[in-house]
Design a protein around this ligand. Structure first.
Ligand SMILES: [Zn+2]
Ligand SMILES: [Zn+2]
Length: 109
């Protein structure tokens, strides 16, 4: 389901996988996702106010998120370089940008 692209939450994944597999509990999906996260196959994106979404790990990218409906879209943008003067003695491993606003659907309505 994730290989088709996009960002799906557990409920969406469970519903879509159930159509193909028949019976499937969301607990089973949670456990599979936990395993995929541990092995790095899948990446999780936290959405404040909505359930987290999951995607297949691909090239590094940033995200845009609609504050009205929670829609998430990839943004092929390089992560910012940390300001070394302000973070003296830190070891920074990662940085994320989330562009927040209204998606085209929400803008239109
Ligand atoms: Zn929206
Ligand atoms: Zn993404």
């Amino acid at each position: 389901m994730l290989a088709a692209g996009g960002h799906l939450d557990v409920e969406e994944l469970t519903a879509a996988a159930r159509e193909r597999l028949g019976t499937l509990t969301s607990q089973a999906v949670y456990e599979m996702l936990r395993h995929f996260l541990e092995t790095g196959l899948v990446t999780k994106f936290e959405r404040p106010g909505w359930p987290a979404v999951f995607e297949l790990t691909g090239l590094p990218h940033q995200h845009a998120m609609c504050v009205n409906c929670g829609r998430v879209q990839n943004v092929p943008h390089v992560a910012p370089v940390p300001p070394t003067n302000d973070l003296r003695d830190w070891q920074v491993n990662d940085a994320d940008i989330v562009f927040k606003g209204l998606c085209p659907n929400c803008r239109a309505s």
